[in-house]
Write a protein that binds this ligand. Structure first.
Ligand SMILES: Cc1cc2nc3c(=O)[nH]c(=O)nc-3n(C[C@H](O)[C@H](O)[C@H](O)COP(=O)(O)O)c2cc1C
Length: 362
């Protein structure tokens, strides 16, 4: 943790979690508006090392450490994330129409456990606004030099039988603006969404999207950590059948394991993220890798807080990793620390590249 964040964090944590998020966003947004400051941040936080460069599903990643979906749903701070040392960002979840999400409070901190519970419910500005913002960024020459993924989800009010139409509409609106796309059927906060992870419903979504996509853009599936092993195996088989580029593993969990029984707010509805999720997410990565080998790229996410965690995830089979909750607890230096730690670990273990190390434990 940086010295500055050590002194700011107690102040930020006095605020309700979502207010702190909003204040941080405003502050980071102000920083982004000042090009010299952005350059200074990049000088301090970007880690350049040839060993960290990763090629995955046809894209070049400057480092394997990304910002997970949900943090910058509307793609407001892309140049800033680049300056802070992220190797890629997944924006969204975006839905076809804008929606407000669930009523506040909907985000809860568990500081001792370095965990969060959220039931945000895909609050976002909708596909047209995201399209306009990404176009503006491109026109102004401010689109950063790293891959930008777009995470797609259905509107809460779309009836389940029409869910596939939402994913198609999102793809059509955004297809030329994302470097890769993630089909999110694993958030616990949209009623019924997780049913789309299985059987014919999943087959229909993957089939229709791939027909439309014709291999133009890498498509990935984001899965829940709460799937039973046989459900996960079936999802992997479907990804292979439909020639998906990879799997993002995992989303938040409905489990509360790791949060003490007497902790206030433990029973809040929503998905849990952070430290207590790490072991399960790692198991899911390992299982996918064993089943699919290098036919599917794995983006490992869930409870990764330091370079050791990221290393373990890569060794279990992930080619890329993402963080969300660690950014809240570790602060703005989180991506830099992870990338620098991974670079040092690669060198110490005698690897010249990330890809040489991926899946090595299996
Ligand atoms: C407040 C919050 C909002 C999130 N929103 C989304 C989202 O919109 N779409 C999504 O696919 N995942 C979302 N996630 C899940 C994260 O992308 C990630 O999969 C999960 O938090 C596990 O990673 P972590 O332990 O590093 O936080 C959200 C997580 C949190 C904490």
């Amino acid at each position: 943790m940086s010295v500055l964040w050590k002194s700011l964090r107690p102040l930020a944590f006095q605020l309700p979690p979502e207010t702190a998020h909003d204040v941080a966003f405003a502050g980071l947004g102000a920083a982004q508006a000042l090009p010299p400051l952005l350059r200074a941040l990049a000088g301090r936080f970007r880690v350049e090392a040839s060993s960290l460069r990763v090629r995955a599903f046809g894209l070049d990643f400057p480092t394997p450490v990304g910002l997970a979906a949900g943090f910058d749903k509307d793609a407001r701070l892309l140049p800033l994330w680049h300056a802070l040392g992220f190797g890629f960002v997944e924006v969204g979840t975006v839905t076809p129409l804008p929606q407000a999400g669930n009523p506040r409070p909907r985000l809860f901190r568990f500081v001792k456990q370095e965990a969060l519970i959220n039931r945000m419910g895909f609050n976002n500005g909708g596909a047209a606004a995201l399209r306009a913002r990404l176009l503006r960024l491109r026109e102004r020459g401010r689109r950063p030099a790293f891959p930008i993924g777009i995470n797609l989800g259905k509107n809460r009010l779309t009836p389940m039988p029409h869910a596939v139409a939402d994913y198609m509409a999102l793809y059509d609106t955004l297809k030329d603006l994302g470097d890769y796309f993630v089909i999110n059927v694993s958030s616990p906060n949209t009623p019924g969404l997780r049913q789309l992870q299985e059987g014919t419903r999943l087959a229909e979504i993957l089939d229709r999207l791939q027909q439309r996509n014709q291999g133009r853009r890498p498509l990935l599936l984001k899965v829940a950590p709460d799937l039973e092993d046989h459900q996960l195996d079936a999802a992997v088989a479907q990804c292979l059948d439909h020639r998906l580029a990879g799997i993002v593993a995992t989303n938040t969990t409905t489990s509360r394991e790791g949060i003490p029984a007497d902790a206030p707010r433990r029973t809040e509805e929503g998905g849990m993220s952070g430290r207590p999720l790490r072991v399960r997410a790692l198991d899911v990565v390992r299982r996918i890798h064993r089943a699919a080998g290098n036919r599917l790229a794995i983006v490992g996410v869930g409870g990764i807080a330091n370079a050791e965690d990221a290393w373990e995830c890569l060794r279990a089979g992930a080619t890329l990793v993402q963080i969300y909750t660690a950014f809240v607890y570790e602060g703005p230096a989180a991506a830099r620390n992870l990338a620098a730690g991974l670079r040092d670990r690669l060198a110490a273990e005698g690897f010249s590249s990330i890809s040489a190390a991926v899946g090595g434990e299996n």
